[in-house]
Design a protein. Structure first.
Length: 58
């Protein structure tokens, strides 16, 4: 039993996997926030162009 605990304590594979998962989560959150902000800006620009085009026709 002690040998199993020693091997578990010195095994770095799980630690590395958790670190990579945290890095991936951070990158994902950053991408989601950036796309969300850009999406709002693009939508507002399309609405502005649509409004201008509809007033030109009248």
């Amino acid at each position: 039993m002690i040998d199993v605990l020693k091997r578990f304590a010195t095994d770095d594979r799980a630690t590395t996997a958790i670190e990579y998962a945290l890095i991936a989560a951070g990158i994902s959150i950053t991408i989601i926030v950036a796309v969300n902000a850009m999406g709002t800006s693009v939508r507002e620009r399309f609405e502005e162009v649509s409004t201008k085009l509809s007033t030109v026709g009248n």
